[in-house]
Design a protein around this ligand. Structure first.
Ligand SMILES: CCNC(=O)[C@H]1O[C@@H](n2cnc3c(N)nc(I)nc32)[C@H](O)[C@@H]1O
Length: 234
């Protein structure tokens, strides 16, 4: 998308290793782009596991009302061409967003990057803890909105061009707790706004997931206009 990062946001450079991996992903000819959803569902499931584990010893962490429902929601916004996956997991603080989405901790990752450089096979990306970046197979601009019990709600954003930005979130609806990944889909990835495609992918990738996954589709934009009745009738 042509948009630039929010101008009053705090800007950061990706760790060099991360930038390199993102360049490989953005330019990769890897054809199985569906894997981005598997990686997002997996990360959301881990986040839900974390808050559920904490709630076993302290019910308070679950909050009340909707925040107590440990689930995932996929929203298909055909108008804005945004696919979003929201979880009510433990959520990320501002520092979590900077560290977790801007750097790679695992050492094995450079080995993975070497391998992908030659093989082009991204399928194992999740096993190196960097599955999140596969979102750039289908999106050119990604926002991660997150709310952790210990912090305010923040937005992380990036176009995979070496930089990312963090802003305090004063415009999105409050999440209560958890994370929403908002994918601004590339023109060639519009199939991921179709319910039938998403239902098929969720079925394929949720086999071992212990949380419900709901799919919401926004109203159709191009409302079918009934063809003019021919005026042969009287
Ligand atoms: C980009 C590589 N880093 C990650 O994917 C990390 O970001 C964090 N992450 C990604 N999606 C997340 C998510 N939905 N919830 C939470 I809490 N943390 C998430 C986790 O720490 C992952 O290990």
């Amino acid at each position: 998308s042509s948009r630039s990062l929010r101008n009053n946001a705090e800007k950061f450079e990706f760790q060099a290793e991360v930038s390199r991996l993102m360049d490989i992903i953005v330019n990769s000819l890897y054809s199985n782009k569906d894997i981005f959803l598997r990686e997002l569902i997996s990360n959301a499931s881990d986040a839900l596991d974390k808050i559920r584990f904490l709630s076993l010893t302290d019910k308070e962490v679950l909050g009340e009302g909707d925040a107590t429902k440990l689930d995932m929601q996929i929203k298909l916004d055909k108008e804005k061409k945004i696919l979003s996956l929201r979880d009510r997991g433990i959520g990320m603080t501002k520092e979590d967003l900077i560290k977790n989405l801007g750097t790679i901790a695992k050492s094995g990752t450079s080995a993975f990057v070497e391998k992908v450089q030659s093989s082009g096979d991204l399928n194992l990306i999740g096993q190196f803890g960097v599955g999140f970046y596969s979102v750039y197979l289908v999106a050119d601009y990604v926002e991660v909105v997150s709310k952790h019990n210990d912090d305010k709600q923040y937005v992380w954003e990036s176009k995979a061009d070496g930089a990312f930005a963090i802003s305090e979130d004063t415009w999105n609806e409050p999440l209560g707790r958890g994370t929403e990944i908002r994918l601004h889909l590339r023109d060639e990835a519009q199939e991921y706004l179709e319910e039938s495609k998403l239902k098929e992918l969720v079925k394929r990738y949720s086999e071992f997931i212990n949380f419900p996954i709901y799919i919401w589709a926004s109203k159709e934009v191009d409302v079918e206009v009934p063809a003019d009745e021919d005026d042969s009738g009287d």
